[in-house]
Ligand binder design. Structure first.
Ligand SMILES: *[C@@H]1O[C@H](CO)[C@@H](O)[C@H](O)[C@H]1NC(C)=O
Length: 157
């Protein structure tokens, strides 16, 4: 027994502390599954809730403007601007080659159509590229952060 060589009142305290320790050790196997269930529920990512959307822009100035606006409007949590991508496409019967920037936008799938509508309203191109793919999985705290940043519905103004 711990506390054998202590004065009686200290011995009592030591026994009490030992009891609490023993009890909590016994409780661990009981509490653990409950805790695990709680935490996995709190962070379980539902595949496809979020999307990565891609938008090409003519240059960094336009790219940054659109990136800032969509983050401010909470239509996206984060936008990465990839500089100097080369795009080759046919437009009105002619093969074009342009230097552009690419926006990699992390958002909610439920907000992709609102995002596309906003991009159409501010983008200099006649037909801007807006495509989105569902995010299957990822780092749970990151995905949770994106969900927190982007409301599932249009926020009240
Ligand atoms: C970026 O592109 C826009 C729209 O095409 C254009 O008006 C602007 O002059 C360009 N800016 C630079 C720095 O090239």
């Amino acid at each position: 027994m711990p506390g054998e060589d202590l004065p009686p009142h200290r011995r009592q305290m030591a026994k009490g502390a030992f009891g609490v320790l023993l009890l909590s050790l016994l409780m661990v196997p009981i509490l653990q599954p409950a805790c695990q269930r709680f935490f996995s529920m709190a962070s379980a990512y539902v595949s496809g809730t979020l999307s990565a959307a891609f938008v090409t822009c003519p240059n960094e100035t336009v790219g940054k403007e659109i990136a800032r606006a969509v983050v401010e409007k909470r239509l996206a949590a984060c936008v990465n601007i990839v500089p100097r991508v080369t795009s080759i496409y046919e437009w009105k019967g002619k093969i074009e080659e342009d230097s552009e920037v690419l926006l990699m936008i992390k958002t909610r799938s439920s907000r992709v159509s609102a995002l596309a509508e906003f991009v159409r309203s501010v983008h200099p191109y006649e037909v801007p590229e807006v495509i989105a793919v569902p995010i299957q999985e990822g780092n749970p705290p990151y995905l949770q952060w994106v969900e927190e940043r982007v409301p599932a519905e249009k926020p009240a103004e």
